[in-house]
Design a protein around this ligand. Sequence first.
Ligand code: GLN
Length: 176
Amino acid sequence: MTLEALGVSGVAVRLPEQMNDLSGLIIPGGESTAIGKLMRTYGFYDAIRQQHGAGMAVWGTCAGAILMAREVLDALPDQEELGLMDLAVRRNAYGRQVDSFEADVEVRGVEGGPFTGVFIRAPWIESVGDGVDVLASHDGHIVAAQEGDLMATTFHPELTGDPRVHRYFLDSVIGA
Ligand code: GLN
């Protein structure tokens, strides 16, 4: 796991109580509708909002970024967002599964050259509110953003073996 490689111990969070002692939470990729249903069943929506209010940083990747957003474009009718970040995110913005791709992405605050963005049926960030910093864009669309102790990336840094975005989360988002 990338976090361990950086000397940080991660836990796989399966129940809301496990978040009590965390300084940061990563909401992974997958399918935002399916993740959302499980989050509802297990009471994660309120628990995440509460823990964030108590100082827990949150990073959403891909489907996780969709869940972070204030507004989801092209959402399914019963899809619920956490609404933590002032973002409008468009689901499946690049098309279908076959339209997945890799691209070099310059991420603000991440040194050492471009980062390989792995975009898997990815969303893009259509617009951000005033308090949100754009960290990366690709082809004219925002693909990474930060709002204080919240971060959203529409690509999958954990699939590259390159720990620099995780490092950024630990250094510049947790405790921001
Ligand atoms: N297409 C997925 C969704 O809408 C996100 C894909 C991903 O997380 N890689 O939830």
